[in-house]
Write a protein that binds this ligand. Structure first.
Ligand SMILES: NC(=O)c1ccc[n+]([C@@H]2O[C@H](COP(=O)([O-])OP(=O)(O)OC[C@H]3O[C@@H](n4cnc5c(N)ncnc54)[C@H](O)[C@@H]3O)[C@@H](O)[C@H]2O)c1
Length: 373
């Protein structure tokens, strides 16, 4: 298959959808890989590093015009809509339920679009979102530790303490992938860590894998209020699938926190779980409410593109290999996880929630496959 890797043009996006290592795997399997010039630059992969493994370095027109399968990281932006065309398979983060203009562009163009974020295992895990949650969780503790330092507006506290001086208290609300990874790094820094969770099964699992090194408490309004009041750093990491994040920490709770404490709202991409949260960017990551520093960067992994690119491509490569090896039709027939990723097939919306969100026609994937046969 002719596989293309487009350069990301969305502002502040430095990731790329394929590493040279991934390109070599695909080339060894007999595929043709074309990489848009400078596509890997933001992740420290030069054109030369792709050329060395046998990829062709091509222009933006060639990569969009000649590929059968186009790999990207972010959804196409308006400037790219004109490049969508019938017959092209696009594999990328799409998030189209919240983007009517892009949904229309995909439908009108007749493209097939597979979304990373809706690839789903039978146990309802999201394997192509998980690596970004791992990164965001780990960064959350790192950012929190940094903004607790006095010169950056914090209380002036070392999270790990030193012998004879107590460590800082970190409270993580939500013990999923983000929360677990935040806890691991906070523990590594030497902090005293509490995780508030709602799922007892998840708490049992965390107890096992963290071998009792964190306090695990049932998440309730009362517990949140008392834990947050004592905390130096609070990390918001809850998720209710398909819904906005619940506002678990109220403005009053923030006002009761210590002066110079820090909150990191990782759930900001779902609206945030602190009442006082609003999205920020890597170039201006924090603001202060009632003496508490708020870090609410909506695309945290974007700050570490080298790590994020490698983690993302590790997770996407098996699906890319399947689509390239079998063709989209046979690949989705063979793998229900990948089938869940198909949002648009030859211009037909095959993901019910997307069709519903925009009041557009929904065509079940099997019907769309039959129509396009
Ligand atoms: N800002 C970023 O850059 C970034 C990056 C990755 C993920 N995220 C976001 O981080 C959030 C967490 O993602 P995840 O992958 O860890 O999800 P996850 O599903 O693995 O974990 C969420 C956890 O929250 C728990 N939970 C739900 N309601 C709760 C409550 N009231 N109190 C305590 N816990 C509760 C669930 O039981 C679950 O264990 C999501 O909103 C996700 O979109 C943001």
């Amino acid at each position: 298959m002719r596989i293309g890797v487009a350069r990301e043009i969305k502002p502040d996006e430095y990731r790329v959808a394929l590493t040279p290592a991934g390109a070599l795997e695909l080339i060894n399997a007999g595929h043709d890989v074309a990489v848009e010039t400078r596509a890997g630059e933001g992740s420290a992969f030069s054109d030369e590093s792709y050329a060395r493994v046998g990829a062709r370095i091509v222009s933006v027109e060639e990569v969009w015009g000649e590929s059968e399968l186009l790999l990207k990281v972010k959804e196409p932006i308006a400037a790219e809509y004109g490049r969508l065309r019938e017959g092209l398979i696009l594999f990328t983060y799409l998030h189209i339920a919240a983007d009517q203009a892009l949904t229309r562009a995909l439908v009108d163009s007749g493209v097939s679009a597979v979304a990373y974020e809706t690839v789903e295992t039978p146990r309802r895990a999201l394997p192509l979102l998980a690596p970004m949650s791992e990164i965001a969780g780990r960064l959350a503790s790192q950012a929190g530790a940094y903004f607790l330092e006095k010169p950056f507006g914090g209380r002036g506290l070392l999270l790990g303490g030193v012998p004879g001086v107590a460590p800082g208290r970190v409270v993580v609300i939500g013990g999923g992938i983000v929360g677990y990874n935040a806890a691991v790094i906070a523990l590594g820094l030497g902090a005293q860590v509490t995780i508030l969770e709602r799922s007892i099964d998840r708490m049992r699992h965390l107890e096992e894998i963290l071998s009792g090194r964190v306090s695990l408490l049932m998440s309730s309004s009362l517990q949140i209020a008392s834990s947050v009041e004592d905390a130096d750093l609070v990390i918001g990491a809850v998720l209710i699938p398909g819904a906005l994040a619940p506002k678990l920490v109220t403005r009053e709770m923030i006002a009761d926190m210590k002066n110079g404490a820090v909150v990191v709202d990782v759930a900001i991409d779902q609206g945030g779980c602190f009442e006082t949260s609003r999205p920020t960017t890597h170039s201006d990551p924090v603001y202060v409410v009632d003496g508490v520093t708020h870090y609410c960067v909506a695309n945290m992994p974007g700050g570490v593109p080298i790590t994020a690119t490698k983690a993302l491509t590790n997770a996407t490569l098996p699906y890319v290999e399947a689509i390239a090896g079998l063709g989209l039709r046979d690949a989705v027939a063979a793998d229900p996880e990948l089938a869940k990723g198909v949002n648009v097939l030859a211009g037909k919306i095959t993901y019910e929630a997307v069709a519903e969100a925009h009041g557009l026609e929904y065509t079940p994937l099997d019907d769309a496959l039959a129509l396009s046969a």
